[in-house]
Design a protein around this ligand. Structure first.
Ligand code: HEM
Length: 144
């Protein structure tokens, strides 16, 4: 149901969410090398993010889903960041920004749902890595 509502709106959602990243130097930083944003990287990640929005709405929350989320978590971490796109930008996204980003995406998605039949709620769920450093984990939300 949420997928049907958001299908066709993912570009608008991404314009908003990417606006937060592009409009804040401390977030854009994570797409840069030597202070220069990698525009190809931004574009490639945007496409995968769009797919994830639809997957989030349409797929079953089974072990495959959890594995997919764990993979995304690793891609925010030095374990796998940059590898998918073969780029050489900064190596890790610090956990404090991952946590903080839950709020804008949670608050703003509701405006898009309002254009159709909304799901019941949006609940953040954490995908924690196994390391003790608080900057050394990543997190993704899921829709229930
Ligand atoms: C609740 C918070 C967040 C969620 C749910 C989220 C979700 C995602 C998703 C779905 C992808 C695409 C994964 C793929 O299929 O490859 C992605 C990649 C990425 N995100 Fe996030 N993200 C979050 C926070 C952030 C923040 C705060 C930043 C900082 C600017 C960020 C920067 C990136 C980068 C750089 C990539 C590409 C990683 C790579 O090299 O593969 N994300 N994110």
């Amino acid at each position: 149901m949420a997928g049907a509502v958001l299908d066709g709106q993912t570009d608008a959602v991404l314009d908003l969410w990417y606006g937060y990243v592009g409009g804040n130097e401390h977030l854009l930083h994570y797409f840069t090398k030597g202070g220069q944003p990698n525009m190809d990287y931004l574009g490639a990640v945007r496409a995968r993010f769009g797919q994830w929005i639809l997957d989030l709405c349409n797929r079953s929350y089974d072990q495959d889903w959890l594995n997919y989320q764990h993979e995304i978590a690793l891609r925010h971490h030095s374990t796998k960041k940059n590898q998918t796109d073969g780029v050489d930008t900064v190596p890790i996204i610090h956990a404090r920004y991952l946590v903080a980003f839950i709020y804008p995406i949670t608050a703003t998605i509701k405006g898009f749902w309002a254009k159709g039949q909304a799901p019941t709620k949006w609940t953040p769920c954490t995908m924690l890595g196994s390391r003790p450093d608080p900057d050394d984990f990543a997190l993704v939300p899921a829709l229930f």
